[in-house]
Design a protein around this ligand. Structure first.
Ligand code: G3P
Length: 225
């Protein structure tokens, strides 16, 4: 399963890349707006951090023809391993079919229902992105919607998979990790929350104090011979 960062804050992305096994970065128009700088300036900096990894950038138009134009420009500016996020609305499906014919890689996004995901996969989307927490907030079960999409795609033999998005807690992340989905994209604070735990800190502190009790303060296995 791939794990991506759902953010455009260059400092946070650099930090997560330094410490965690991540595979790429996803953005959307709201995330880019939060960065408060020209979008391509931010995205080029992110591309430099990500290297050859996957970068996900959303088309913002509401008409298929303009989405295609945006997609070509996004890939031209940001390189081959950039996937264009296309909203799963009727104009989006029209754009997806044309992108598939053009050989431009894309993902279906803004997914709240299983059939949106299935249709995007059928259009040739490499990934489909259900919004887990937003679905939960509507009073439905985001994890279950994501599992349903995963099952529909897998059982239909479609060459696609989830890039599940919109996570707000570790449990949502765990449920889909256990299910074996293709990818998750998770905000930096939620990624760090996966290992933020007083029991872990206490265990590490105890190891350190026990060891230093015998080897001396500040000493490690590298210098206690
Ligand atoms: O990119 C879409 C998704 O990640 C949105 O997340 O936190 O705005 O619900 P959020």
């Amino acid at each position: 399963m791939k794990l991506c960062i759902d953010d455009a804050d260059v400092k946070k992305i650099r930090h997560i890349y330094e410490f965690y096994p991540v595979d790429g970065v996803s953005t959307n128009p709201s995330i880019l707006a939060k960065a408060g700088r020209p979008p391509y300036e931010v995205l080029r900096e992110i591309r430099a951090i990500v290297g050859d990894g996957e970068l996900f950038v959303q088309a913002t138009s509401l008409k298929a023809e303009s989405m295609l134009e945006e997609a070509r420009r996004i890939v031209k500016e940001l390189g081959g391993n950039t996937l264009v996020k296309i909203p799963c609305i009727p104009e989006g499906f029209k754009a997806m079919k044309a992108l598939k014919a053009d050989g431009i890689r894309f993902i279906g996004t803004a997914i709240y229902t299983p059939m949106q995901g299935f249709l995007a996969a059928k259009c040739g989307a490499e990934y489909v992105a259900p919004y887990i927490n937003r679905i939960d907030n509507m009073g439905f079960d985001g994890v279950q919607v994501a599992k349903d999409i995963h099952d529909a795609i897998t059982r239909s033999g479609l060459d696609s998979g989830l890039l599940a998005a919109s996570f707000k807690n570790s449990q949502q992340v765990l449920e889909l990790t256990k299910y074996g989905v293709k990818a998750l994209t998770v905000a930096p604070d939620v990624i760090e929350g996966l290992v933020r735990n007083a029991a872990i800190d206490a265990a590490i502190e105890k190891f350190t104090s026990d060891f230093q009790g015998v080897a001396g303060v500040g000493r490690t296995m590298a210098d206690c011979l």
